[in-house]
Design a protein around this ligand. Structure first.
Ligand SMILES: *Cc1c(COP(=O)(O)O)cnc(C)c1O
Length: 400
């Protein structure tokens, strides 16, 4: 079949809830993917950071095959021999006390929301149904009704009401605005350490530290959504490490499986998680043995192959390279680890066209908004491959 036939099938039979770049991929290895015609591309999106370990990592694949032949799903009605070791390894790596496993990122965010509401009523003493959670402008935490209820993106919300109450929005990066919004009913602050979908928005230095201090002082649970920033993406295991803080609840997903399987988790550093009692929350597939075996292997690969250090090093080199590009259309380049972006002047826009230009150069990247292009390749990337991206970035810019 031709690429346009595959695209035709998607258009005819599928819901149109995405507008993908028109490239039909059929194979991947490491940082590379191939389309059905055999064209090779360097993947600079890595499935929104779910493929940090690189496409089809052999060790994760082996763990998945081995486990798939033994036991895939028990439900949590029974126990399985992968869940306990998965909990222990994840807690030791992230310095956490407790784990609650789910599947998608959005489910883990919902889990955190339920947990802090319950904590608010049973521990903090908030009056029934009055709990408030503070979030930030331009947040992205997923697509469920409750989560889009506190989105500030019209596209995500319009037409989907009525919305879930109990959320309050403050401007991102402004610790004073956060503190001013706290009331006696505030149970938690939910925030991304770097806003990914908003276009790799990096808050001012010291923001998370201040937020941590305010949460401690005002008895508010700090929830960091590290679904995209976590697991090595920004050059540390968790982005909170840059400010030497620890969240009370940390949400991870995406790269937790290295792209093989939907696995997410809420990590708890405090006793917050203890408010959940049997029967109050769960998921048929959450914590299944296949997921746990895959996640154990995916975590092991991050450390055994020094992918977190590599993300830090290559990310620095990549950002330095971007900074050396001078072009009148570029407003700013920014990044931390291998989470980078080029922002064009808003009046120029053209991010999507630019992504098609990059595709001609063998680079797949994703536009976010009209004028921002994000670069987030798998963390297995080598320096020569970063050079290849930088070269393509230059060549794809319009002659000025
Ligand atoms: C991707 C993402 C989510 C949602 O994860 P899904 O697996 O798509 O539900 C939530 N928060 C952040 C920061 C994300 O990047």
């Amino acid at each position: 079949m031709q690429q346009r036939e595959y695209i035709g099938l998607e258009d005819q039979y599928g819901a149109h809830n995405y507008k993908p770049l028109d490239v039909v991929l059929s194979r991947g290895k490491g940082v590379w993917v191939w389309d059905v015609d055999g064209n090779k591309y360097l993947d600079c999106l890595a499935a929104y950071s779910a493929v940090n370990q690189g496409h089809c990592h052999p060790k994760i694949m082996q763990a998945m095959m081995t486990q798939a032949e033994k036991l895939t799903l028990t439900s949590r009605a029974f126990r399985n021999d992968q869940l306990g070791p998965f909990y222990k390894e994840l807690c030791e790596l992230t310095n956490s006390h407790k784990v609650l496993p789910m599947n998608s990122g959005a489910e883990a965010v919902e889990t955190a929301i339920k947990t802090v509401r319950k904590w608010g009523y049973t521990v903090k003493g908030v009056a029934e149904d009055q709990a408030e959670i503070i979030v930030c402008d331009n947040n992205f935490h997923g697509r469920t009704i409750s989560i889009v209820s506190f989105s500030t993106d019209d596209n995500a919300r319009a037409g989907f009401g009525p919305f879930t109450p109990g959320f309050k929005c403050v401007s991102y990066g402004d610790a004073a605005a956060f503190e001013a919004a706290i009331t006696e009913n505030t149970v938690a602050f939910l925030v991304e350490p770097i806003q990914g979908e908003a276009g790799v928005m990096i808050p001012p230095d010291g923001y998370l530290k201040k937020v941590r201090e305010i949460c401690d002082r005002r008895n508010v649970v700090l929830i960091l959504d590290e679904i995209q920033t976590g697991l090595g993406r920004t050059g540390k295991l968790l982005t909170e490490e840059y400010e030497g803080i620890e969240a009370d609840l940390t949400i991870i997903g995406k790269a937790l499986s290295g792209g093989f399987y939907p696995i997410s988790a809420v990590l708890s550093n405090t006793e917050v998680m203890n408010v959940l009692q049997p029967g109050e929350h769960g998921s048929t597939f959450g914590g299944n043995p296949l997921a746990c075996a895959v996640a154990r292997a995916a975590l092991k690969v991050l450390f055994e192959e020094n992918l977190i250090e590599n993300s830090y090093e290559q990310g620095k080199y990549f950002l330095d390279g971007l900074k050396q590009i001078s072009h009148p259309h570029i407003k700013e380049v920014r990044g931390r680890g291998l989470m980078l972006a080029i922002e064009f002047h808003p009046e120029v826009g053209g991010a999507r066209d630019y992504c098609y230009k990059l595709k001609e150069q063998g680079i797949l990247a994703k536009d976010t908004h009209e004028n921002i292009v994000r670069f987030a390749p798998p963390l297995v990337i080598k320096r020569e491959e970063v050079d290849q991206i930088l070269d393509a970035v230059n060549k794809a810019l319009p002659v000025s």
